[in-house]
Design a binder for this molecule. Structure first.
Ligand code: MN
Ligand code: MN
Length: 454
């Protein structure tokens, strides 16, 4: 009669499950270590998808479309007519980080620095005094795209933002956390060696900055103006790692939401001859409110489905497809933090290792701004997972008046489809080193497979 969540480590204790879990974790670590920006994630996914017969445009009963290199949709045609609805899974590939400003370069005190504008919800102090890598693209005036990725290989230099020494922080530590760390102090150190100049004295202005420009010019053919048409992101340097003596956890940058992107992609690829047409969509810009032409508020999904209808079932109306569609917003949830249990309400909090987490509604303080999944839909999801023996849990983001959040769910809900947030728990969400449970990643994959299948 009573309900208790189940521990995935107990449910999946036999050798076969553990071996599959280990393999999945190793593959995921490789993926997470490589994909640190939305562009890199979309490139990785499309390369892998291509080897499985998904290429841009229509190919038999398959469809793939990329938008601006930052969002992606894939579809596999099912046996049932489209008017009976789709199975859509959406996740996001963008992650909180520090974007270089469009005019970033300057020098002070014999170091050259780059100014940044943070992207998404970060805790600024977490980005100080740690190795950072620079990822992104620079578009030249002739349209040429230069791909930049520095700081990931062991023999490459990294970048960093210096922090104030404790000896001189007496005043700073008295400040409120929200005031102690300023965005305009999140400046990334890029170089130190001045460019030697034998010319006139005024040419000797900014020699260290010039040194950095010289290196950029020699290596990438860049000039300073090129930063205006660049998208460069400072992200934590280095690979994702196992955490803990038992390697039961995975730590890395960007579990939110690459863990769902990865598990969703795997689940999508593991399907064959489905009943309902299956769609996987990977968004950009979720972390800043799903804005822009590559975010979930855009018409990318709608336009892509129009294309699919035209090709596969021109008689069908899009609104009938949407109304009968079941969708999952595959996104991570805040797992109960052992050190900050007081921000959670335990009956409605999630535990690491107890499987993927449903979040029936998002929003904040009185469910404002929420998608709220219908009870009928939750009932259906519960039944398919229970039938497959997959552990799941349901939680709210934290105590009612303490905070909240939003996902892409509400932007898909406007079409009338059923949608709910569903994904593994994460510790230290939005930090440079987020923690996920290996068992949850495995259970999420199995759960996503069931969603697509049913
Ligand atoms: Mn997310
Ligand atoms: Mn997030």
């Amino acid at each position: 009669m009573e309900f208790e969540t189940r521990n995935c480590w107990e449910v999946y204790r036999d050798d076969e499950h553990r071996a599959a879990m280990d393999k999945l974790a190793a593959d995921y670590i490789e993926f997470l270590s490589w994909c640190k920006t939305e562009r890199e994630t979309i490139t990785w996914l499309t390369e892998k998808a291509s080897s499985q017969g998904f290429n841009e445009g229509f190919n038999q009963n398959r469809f793939l479309k990329i938008h601006k290199g930052k969002s992606l949709i894939m579809a596999r045609r099912g046996k049932k007519p489209l008017a009976q609805g789709l199975r859509i899974m959406g996740a996001h590939a963008d992650t909180p980080r520090l974007d270089l400003k469009q005019r970033p370069l300057y020098e002070e005190c014999q170091v050259s620095l780059a100014k940044t504008h943070y992207y998404g919800g970060i805790r600024k102090y977490q980005w100080l005094a740690m190795p950072l890598a620079l990822h992104g693209v620079v578009i030249k005036t002739d349209g040429n795209k230069i791909e930049i990725r520095i700081g990931e290989k062991p023999d490459e230099p990294v970048f960093t933002i210096g922090d104030l020494l404790p000896h001189l922080a007496y005043k700073q530590i008295e400040k409120k956390l929200s005031e102690a760390f300023e965005a305009e102090k999140l400046n990334v150190i890029l170089g130190h060696i001045p460019m030697s100049s034998s010319k006139e004295k005024e040419n000797d202005k900014n020699p260290v900055k010039k040194g950095v420009l010289k290196t950029l010019n020699e290596r990438f053919g860049m000039v300073e103006e090129d930063f205006y048409s660049a998208e460069l992101q400072a992200v934590p340097a280095g690979p994702a790692r196992y955490v803990g003596l038992d390697k039961g956890l995975i730590g890395g940058y960007g579990h939110d939401d690459r863990v769902c992107t990865f598990a969703g992609y795997r689940a999508f690829m593991n399907q064959e001859d489905p009943e309902y047409t299956q769609v996987l969509i990977i968004w950009d810009k979720e972390e800043i409110g799903s804005e822009g032409s590559s975010g979930a508020k855009s018409l990318f999904l709608e336009y892509s489905l129009e294309e699919i209808l035209e090709q596969w079932e021109p008689e069908t109306r899009l609104r009938n497809v949407f109304e009968n569609t079941k969708a999952v917003s595959a996104d991570v949830h805040a797992a109960m933090d052992p050190d900050y249990q007081d921000v959670h309400e335990k009956l409605n909090a999630s535990l690491l290792g107890h499987g993927p987490v449903f979040c029936k509604f998002t929003g904040h303080r009185g469910k404002v701004g929420a998608n709220d999944a219908h009870a009928e839909y939750v009932g259906w999801l519960r039944s398919i997972l229970n039938k497959a023996g997959i552990p799941w849990q349901m939680a709210e983001t934290g105590k009612v008046d303490l905070g909240g959040g939003g996902t892409v769910a509400k932007f898909l809900a406007v079409y009338g489809m059923d949608i709910i947030d569903f994904g593994p728990g994460v510790l230290g969400m939005h930090s440079p080193f987020e923690i996920c449970s290996k068992a949850d990643i495995y259970a999420s994959l199995l759960a996503y497979e069931q969603f697509f299948k049913n």
